[in-house]
Write a protein that binds this ligand. Structure first.
Ligand SMILES: Nc1nc2c(ncn2[C@@H]2O[C@H](COP(=O)(O)OP(=O)(O)O)[C@@H](O)[C@H]2O)c(=O)[nH]1
Ligand SMILES: [Mg+2]
Length: 343
């Protein structure tokens, strides 16, 4: 409130009369000779807030922040309560999708994929076992194998790609042996992992044992030359250097190596790899023709594979379950994989 008078004393008298002893003077100004203005009021807030404008702003900001925090905590609490109640319900009547999602997650399936699978397969009013059967059927469909690497009309070039140590070279030897010895294919091998010491020798040793030709190729030109020399072969298996899926250079270097050539990429992944480490793994090595799942014998959970086969990019053509060449190579068995996921 503003009070005007000729002297400060008169102005303050007005303030006291009107506002009483609790009156607080906010500001006094001299407007001119014998013209005093007093800004005064009764402040319900504590002193500290009134005195300093920046304090007021800071406190207001802190208050607003605290309110937001409380709102967030309340929302979280409500969500947890909702989740607790639905889990409780699921446990009580055994019908809930949540219990089934939890089973899939325990089997190594990514939570988001598990939730999607259950939502897609379950029917309202069905028992958990009925819903589990529906999920199992969906999964079995997704695990239906891709055609074997050697089963192509005419000539084909198949490169095994993937991270270091996943079992590319060992798998290549197994595939070469089975294609040549059991299916009578004319097989040849190209060793394109030339950077690592001993890598070419490893491939050559396998090729000699199986009795198929083997050529090295350090780059795109040498790969072309090698393919020209192997023109009578039906299946040419290409061993590539291992490379991390998480750097762009991996895909770029494979693209450069295979540029303009009809090379199929078979992405090797270890069976026990966590779901999040398999997310868009196919894309990381270029469009895959199939997946080869290695080291099934060492996997504790195989649920990570569900993400691979449900993204629709490719299917699993082969699995390996040991280091013995050529014995430990098999075709994926959907029922067994589903059982491992849904145990
Ligand atoms: N337990 C097990 N070991 C395997 C399997 N496949 C390959 N290995 C082993 O994994 C290691 C790496 O294999 P290698 O073929 O050299 O991997 P690369 O780096 O991808 O070429 C070797 O010790 C292989 O014997 C498999 O299915 N099971
Ligand atoms: Mg290798």
């Amino acid at each position: 409130m503003t009070f005007r008078a000729e002297t400060l004393r008169d102005a303050l008298d007005q303030v006291k009369t009107l506002l009483g002893p609790e009156a607080v003077i906010v500001e006094t100004r001299e407007l001119g000779p014998r013209r005093i203005e007093v800004l005064a009021g009764v402040d319900p807030e504590p002193q500290v807030v009134r005195r300093d404008g920046s304090n007021v702003q800071r406190l207001e900001a802190e208050l607003a922040e605290a309110r937001t925090r409380i709102q967030r905590l309340e929302a979280e609490r409500a969500m947890m309560e909702k989740r607790r109640r639905s889990l409780e319900r699921a446990l009580q009547d055994g019908h809930g999708g949540d219990a089934l999602v939890a089973r899939l997650v325990a089997g190594g399936v990514a939570p988001s994929i598990a939730a999607r699978l259950v939502a897609g397969a379950s029917t309202h009013g069905a028992t958990e076992e009925e819903n589990a059967m529906a999920v199992a059927r969906t999964l079995a469909g997704a695990f239906e194998p891709a055609a074997p690497v050697w089963q192509r009309k005419g000539r084909s070039i198949a490169a095994l790609v993937g991270a270091t140590g996943v079992g590319k070279t060992t798998t290549l030897a197994k595939l070469a042996a089975e294609a040549a010895l059991q299916h009578g294919k004319k097989v040849a091998v190209i060793a394109a992992d030339t950077g690592r010491i001993g890598a070419v020798e490893q491939v050559r040793t396998f090729a000699d044992l199986i009795g198929v030709p083997c050529l090295p190729a350090r780059n795109a030109k040498e790969l072309r030359d090698a393919l020209a020399k192997l023109s009578s072969s039906e299946l040419i298996l290409v061993d590539t250097p291992g490379a991390s899926p998480w750097v762009d250079e991996t895909r770029n270097s494979l693209d450069r190596l295979f540029e303009g050539l009809p090379v199929e990429r078979h992405v090797c992944v270890q069976a026990g790899t966590a779901a999040r480490d398999l997310s868009d793994i196919g894309e990381r090595y270029g469009r895959p023709s199939s997946y080869v799942v290695t080291k099934l014998d060492e996997a504790r959970t195989v649920g990570g594979l569900v993400g691979l086969v449900t993204d629709g990019m490719a299917r699993i053509a082969h699995v390996t379950n040991g280091h013995r060449v050529p014995d430990d190579l098999a075709r994926p068995r959907p029922a067994a994989l589903v059982q491992a996921v849904l145990s």
